[in-house]
Design a protein around this ligand. Structure first.
Ligand SMILES: NC(=O)C1=CN([C@@H]2O[C@H](COP(=O)(O)OP(=O)(O)OC[C@H]3O[C@@H](n4cnc5c(N)ncnc54)[C@H](OP(=O)(O)O)[C@@H]3O)[C@@H](O)[C@H]2O)C=CC1
Ligand SMILES: Nc1nc(=O)c2c([nH]1)NC[C@@H]1CN(c3ccc(C(=O)N[C@@H](CCC(=O)O)C(=O)O)cc3)C=[N+]21
Length: 294
């Protein structure tokens, strides 16, 4: 048996078409496009790539993109001042601060300073609390993209056993909350979990977000399970730099029912969900009807 490969790129393209289709109406009603501000501090090459791809996608769909690249030596106060300026700028509907920040900066106060109405990353405690409480809000892009893929693959998720590997504020925790809201029975695994293979073997749905290259082997997976691989690690294989996930793709393919590849799975959905959240935030800020996007 070979698992079905879930084509995240194709799903993201479909979502992107619906987003760009909704933008002309937003422009007509407000006289401007939805605007996304992305803030990057320092010169981490991987982060630079992500930030520029987010800006490029925003422009491609017809949004305004404001990229703020700050020097490594930026102070906490300078960063907070920029956030205040973006909060006050009506042409900015979404603010994303690329993480991790350089070690001398404290990310939590920065995240807390973002206007929750513009929190397109879903990281503000208000966004996290609304998700737990079942209130409408902005949901972190990566878990939202994973949920879209799972819904389209499986339809109703009710009653399924799900394991989320990783408990970060950006991915693992909101993912578990979304699955719980879908009536899954959810386990959260992390670095102190005992018998991770045994836990994963019980699961109809595995979401892997540990950042450990190819840690999860095929024989850990329940036959027919749906595997969503969030992890992205760069390794050297056969002398070549390769991007791999948290799941050993080749062995998992022989056991899983369906699996997302790396690259081309969750990554493209993350970027498109950022666009989704920016349009949603823009419509809500202007009290316009929200388009149905998925
Ligand atoms: N494709 C995409 O769009 C995105 C990909 N990513 C990728 O996903 C991965 C996770 O990202 P993020 O959540 O930000 O990472 P973090 O480093 O913040 O969190 C990693 C989590 O995994 C857990 N963990 C680490 N090692 C193990 C292990 N051996 N067994 C079980 N659990 C483990 C940690 O446990 P503990 O809490 O105990 O330390 C922690 O909860 C990274 O590879 C990142 O690059 C992230 C965002 C978007
Ligand atoms: N505030 C914040 N929000 C984030 O959402 C956030 C962040 N900080 N910091 C870093 C992580 C990582 N992340 C990715 C986004 C897209 C791909 C992606 O598109 N990957 C492509 C491959 C790209 C390549 O080849 O490098 C793919 O999987 O197909 C990957 C990872 C968002 N993150």
């Amino acid at each position: 048996m070979t698992a079905q490969t879930i084509d995240g790129k194709a799903h993201a393209d479909g979502l992107g078409a619906r987003i760009s289709g909704a933008i002309p109406s937003f422009r007509e009603q407000t006289g401007r496009p939805p605007g996304l501000a992305v803030v990057l501090v320092g010169t981490d090459p991987a982060s630079e790539v992500y930030v520029s791809s987010k800006g490029r996608m925003a422009r491609k769909l017809g949004m305004a993109s404001f990229e703020h690249i700050l020097p490594e030596a930026t102070t906490q106060q300078q960063l907070l001042d920029l956030i205040a300026q973006l909060n006050a700028d009506d042409s900015v509907d979404g603010i994303l601060v690329q993480l991790p920040l350089p070690a001398h900066l404290d990310s939590l106060p920065v995240i807390e300073a973002i206007d929750p109405a513009k929190d397109v990353d879903g990281l503000h405690p208000s966004s996290a609390g609304r998700l737990v409480s079942g209130l409408p809000g902005l949901v972190s892009c990566t878990p939202l993209g994973c949920l879209m893929l799972l819904r389209s693959q499986l339809g109703n998720l009710s009653g399924l056993d799900a394991v989320v590997v990783g408990r970060s504020i950006l991915v693992g925790k909101p993912m578990a909350q979304l699955l719980l809201a879908e009536n899954c029975t959810v386990s959260m695994a992390h670095s102190r979990t005992r018998d991770l293979p045994g836990k994963i073997r019980q699961a109809d749905i595995v979401v892997a977000a540990a950042g450990q290259a190819e840690m999860i082997k095929g024989d850990w997976i329940k036959p027919g399970a749906t595997v969503i691989d969030v992890g992205t690690s760069r390794i050297v294989r056969d002398g070549r730099k390769t991007l791999v996930g948290d799941v050993e793709f080749a062995s998992a393919c022989g056991v899983a029912g369906a699996i997302t590849p790396v690259p081309g799975g969750v990554g493209p959905m993350t970027i498109m969900c950022l666009m989704h959240n920016t349009l949603l935030a823009a419509c809500r800020r202007k009290a316009l009807a929200e388009p149905r996007l998925w």
